[in-house]
Design a protein. Structure first.
Length: 385
C-alpha cells in the first residue's frame, strides 16, 4: 500500500501583506488518517479482501531468545505479493512458502508453526519464533471492518484468534470481556491493551494432556503510536523531519502559516495544519506531546516556546538552534517571568550529539534518533503520585 497520499487543494498565499491573525481558518489535512497508520496492515488486508482475493496473515505470536522481530509483527502474503515483514532472511522466505501452501488449500484454518533460528535454517539469531498463519478471505470482512474502525479512532484494539477453529473476535477495552470465554485470557488481553506498544501472545486454553498450546488462541493487540509530535515549521529542516517522521511509529501535527511550504505529498501519519495562529496548536495538543519548534521566525519561535513551557504535561520542548540561541531565549523568558524550573526544560540544541552535521537531512536523522529514545518516558507517569 502506498504510504503517501496526494496533496489536497488549498488556497495559495498571494502577494502583499499577510492577513491578520484569525482572518482565515486553519486548514487541516489527513485528520482521519493519523491513527489509521498505526495498523497499515489492516488497511492492506481490507483492500485485498475487498477485491475478493485470498491472503494469509502471518503474526509473530511468541519469541524466545534473540529474534529479528518482536511479537505483534505482521506479514500479509497474497497471490501477487507481500506486505509487511516478520524479520526478513530465510525465516521470512520459509514463512512465505508455508503461507502459499495455505493459499492453495483454502479449507484450512489458523495454525501456529515453530521456527528455530539456528544454522540449519540459515539464521544466526539462535532464538525461536512461533508464527500464526491465518488464512483470510472475503468472509473476514466483518472483523476487518470493526478493526479498521477502532484503528481509525485511535483506540487500542485487539483480536482473539482461536487456533482450534472459530471466528476471529475484535475487541477494545470496553468489549474485551465479551471476546473471551476464559477469565485468564481476558486479563491477559487487558494487560496488553494497557501496554506501551503493539504486542501478541499465545494464550493457553487448558489442555489436560498432550500439547498445552494445542487449544490456544492468539491475542493480537494493536496500540496507537506512543509518540505524538507537534512540529512547528515547514522550512528545509521541517520538511526533512516530516520525510523521516512519515516512516516512524509516531503521530505528527505539522504546523505552519505558509500553505505553499508544505510538499506535494504527505505521509499518512502526518496532519498538516496551516494556520495564522500556531500558538493555538500548543493549547490544543494532547498531554505528553513532543513539541519541536523550528519556524521561519525567531519571534514566533519564542512565543511558541513560552506557550509550551507554560504547560507542565509535555514530554519534550525542543528548539532548533545553537547554545547562543538558547541563552538568548533563557534571558528573554526570565524577563517575561517564566519560572526557572520551566526554563530548565527547554531542550536546545535538539538531536543526538553524536550525529554531527548542519544539513537538514542529517539534523532530521539526529532529531528522529533522539525522539525514539523518548518512548516509554511518559511525563504523565513521572508526574503521577
Amino acid at each position: 500500500m502506498d504510504s503517501q497520499i496526494s496533496r489536497s487543494s488549498r488556497p495559495r498565499s498571494g502577494g502583499g501583506k499577510e492577513a491578520p491573525a484569525l482572518s482565515r481558518p486553519s486548514h487541516r489535512r489527513n485528520t482521519s488518517a493519523i491513527a489509521a497508520t498505526v495498523s497499515t496492515w489492516i488497511d492492506e488486508l481490507a483492500s485485498i479482501c475487498a477485491a475478493d482475493a485470498p491472503a494469509v496473515l502471518v503474526t509473530v505470536a511468541r519469541t524466545q531468545g534473540s529474534t529479528p522481530r518482536a511479537p505483534g509483527a505482521h506479514l500479509i502474503v497474497a497471490a501477487d505479493g507481500c506486505h509487511g515483514s516478520i524479520g526478513g532472511g530465510q525465516l521470512e522466505q520459509r514463512a512465505i512458502a508455508h503461507a502459499r501452501t495455505l493459499l492453495a488449500d483454502r479449507g484450512r484454518g489458523a495454525e501456529r508453526v515453530r521456527f528455530p533460528l539456528g544454522a540449519s535454517a540459515g539464521q544466526c539469531c539462535g532464538g525461536v519464533m512461533e508464527l500464526v498463519f491465518e488464512p483470510v478471505s472475503a468472509a473476514a470482512e466483518d472483523w476487518i471492518a470493526r478493526a479498521r474502525m477502532l484503528a481509525a479512532s485511535g483506540r487500542p484494539w485487539g483480536r482473539h484468534v482461536p487456533l482450534n477453529g472459530g471466528p476471529t473476535r475484535v475487541f477494545d477495552a470496553d468489549s474485551v470481556a465479551s471476546a473471551f470465554d476464559l477469565p485468564a485470557q481476558t486479563e491477559r488481553a487487558r494487560s496488553l491493551l494497557a501496554g506501551t506498544a503493539s504486542c501478541a501472545t499465545l494464550a493457553r486454553a487448558g489442555s489436560p494432556d498432550g500439547d498445552p498450546l494445542a487449544n490456544a488462541c492468539l491475542i493480537d493487540v494493536c496500540l496507537p503510536p506512543e509518540l505524538e509530535v507537534v512540529l512547528f515549521g515547514a522550512g528545509h529542516v521541517g520538511r526533512a523531519l516530516a520525510e523521516v517522521f512519515g516512516r516512524l511509529p509516531m503521530q505528527v501535527r505539522w504546523v505552519d502559516p505558509r500553505a505553499d511550504e508544505f510538499p506535494a505529498t504527505i505521509a499518512p501519519n502526518i496532519e498538516v495544519i496551516c494556520t495564522d495562529v500556531p500558538e493555538s496548536e500548543v493549547r490544543s495538543a494532547p498531554a505528553d506531546a513532543v513539541f519541536l519548534v523550528l519556524t521561519h521566525s525567531h519571534a514566533l519561535d519564542f512565543e511558541l516556546v513560552k506557550a509550551i513551557l507554560s504547560r507542565a504535561d509535555f514530554r519534550l520542548c525542543g528548539l532548533l538552534g545553537s547554545q547562543g540561541k538558547r541563552a538568548r531565549f533563557e534571558q528573554q523568558l526570565r524577563a517575561r517571568g517564566v519560572p526557572e524550573a520551566a526554563i530548565a526544560r527547554l531542550h536546545c540544541p535538539i538531536g543526538v550529539p553524536e550525529v554531527v552535521g548542519k544539513e537538514p537531512e542529517i539534523i532530521a536523522i539526529a532529531v528522529a534518533a533522539e525522539l525514539l529514545q523518548l518512548r516509554g518516558a511518559s511525563v504523565l507517569h513521572r508526574l503521577s503520585p
